[in-house]
Ligand binder design. Structure first.
Ligand code: SAM
Length: 251
């Protein structure tokens, strides 16, 4: 699978585009998209730590339709976002215009990154497992971080409930169905990939508990086996078999 396949996939269906039924591009639309994103993936708030980047240079790789972008900018980061999908970048630009936020967006492939300045934070949530050559992308990211700067990335976990379901043919389609590339990683793979970085911290989390059809209608009905699972057992499941490896490391 090539980078063109990846671009075409996300062009056809920008990530989270159906998180609201309101008219795309309106303030109400973006409000509902953010509410749904942070309701379904609440761990993003702790992981991204948006309030921590005020006045700092943040580059987001694979900004999608700009939900994290909005949060970084609202919290005063000097924000720049890139994505391989022109449609996603257009939506981000509309989003910042209608919300009167400042930031900079560009269509770029992170495997061929062209940026002049150095960053305090590079943030990439759910992107690099979709690119053909992640090693090349990570080397590019390393080169544009200031010494001591932070790289935060989320990668799909190989040892996860979701991956087990996918491998057994039990998965319900979500964002990555029919996705040309959706690699998964062990903790060991992450340490190898980030061998030039220091202080690598991996938090595993996120088991999606909802039935997919009501979820598409913005109704949150849990599968019975999750509905009746005690919260501490569910949180144990997320910690050990979650789908997201939320990784923080330092240059
Ligand atoms: C699953 S979406 C995640 C979007 C956003 N980070 C979020 O959390 O909502 C993956 C995004 O990565 C972008 N992407 C995939 N490969 C890329 C690459 N090589 N360079 C830049 N963007 C890429 C896609 O176009 C898509 O918008």
């Amino acid at each position: 699978m090539s980078i063109e396949d990846v671009r075409n996939f996300w062009e056809r269906r920008p990530c989270n585009i159906r998180h609201s039924d309101k008219v795309v591009g309106t303030i109400e639309y973006f409000k509902e998209v953010s509410l749904k994103k942070y309701f379904v993936e609440p761990h993003i708030l702790d992981f991204a730590d948006f309030k921590n980047w005020t006045g700092q240079n943040v580059l987001e790789i694979g900004c999608g339709i700009g939900t994290a972008a909005q949060s970084f900018a609202e919290n005063g980061a000097i924000y720049r976002g890139i994505d391989i999908s022109p449609t996603a970048i257009d939506i981000c630009m509309d989003r910042f215009k209608v919300l009167n936020l400042s930031g900079h967006f560009e269509v770029q492939n992170c495997e061929d990154l062209k940026v002049q300045q150095k960053y305090d934070l590079v943030y990439s949530f759910g992107v690099l497992h979709h690119t053909p050559d992640i090693t090349k992308a990570v080397a590019n990211i390393y080169s544009i971080l200031k010494p001591g700067a932070i790289f935060k990335l989320m990668l799909y976990a190989k040892n996860s409930w979701k991956n087990m379901c996918i491998e057994e043919g039990l998965d319900q389609p979500e964002a990555q169905s029919h996705c040309p590339i959706a690699n998964t990683y062990t903790h060991g793979d992450v340490y190898m990939l980030l061998k030039d970085f220091h202080e690598i911290d991996i938090v595993q989390t996120h088991v999606f508990p909802y039935k997919i059809e009501p979820y598409k209608r913005h109704e949150y009905v849990k599968h019975e086996y999750f509905e009746y699972m005690p919260p501490n057992v569910f949180s144990c499941l997320e910690k050990n078999l979650g789908w997201h490896l939320c990784i923080t490391c330092k240059k």
